[in-house]
Design a protein around this ligand. Sequence first.
Ligand SMILES: [Zn+2]
Length: 207
Amino acid sequence: MKNLIKTANYVSFKTKLGEFLANVYVNETTKKEHIVLFKGNIINKKNILTRIHSCCITSEVLHNTNCECQEQLDKALKEIQKTNGLLLYMDQEGRGIGLGPKLRAYELQDKGLNSAEANIAVGSKIDEREYCDAIEILEDLNIASINLLTNNPDKVNQLKNAGITVSKVTPHVIQDDKFKKYYEMKNHKLGHHIDISKFFSNKPQTA
Ligand SMILES: [Zn+2]
């Protein structure tokens, strides 16, 4: 590996959503710690169900409701538990902008900006996530090809450009009408391709 070191042998990792094997990769330069969880025999295998999930302490630990990260994480773990697969839990908070700017952006969202506009207003990019570390982990695991759980074409492109075989892209949408406006914003501002009419009712939104 170029930038990462693996910190342990895979250990059994029991969760409320099932049992996985876990490891941690550390980037020696940035000191970022990424957690890998997987279920089943995935090494050297094809079409591995894979979620590359950027951490979101505000939603996943503190139950903030600005985004659907906690629901997406649980949904991914349940699907991986059911069919075997891999979760890379990446140490990059708030689409990579960090916790402080993220909280300042939340204040602006309360004043009516959407999350993309708010990121710009606090001096960050709309999305600063990078997938170099995730790519290095996938290469280290020798996975032949992945079925990627994502709504984000940029993530797919970054992986493909780095030589990862993405055999399938599976939408990862939380079908709750309270997130409809959020997904519409992601389509417009982040270039996501979420079929809104397929996943959500046409009732007018009150949010
Ligand atoms: Zn989030």
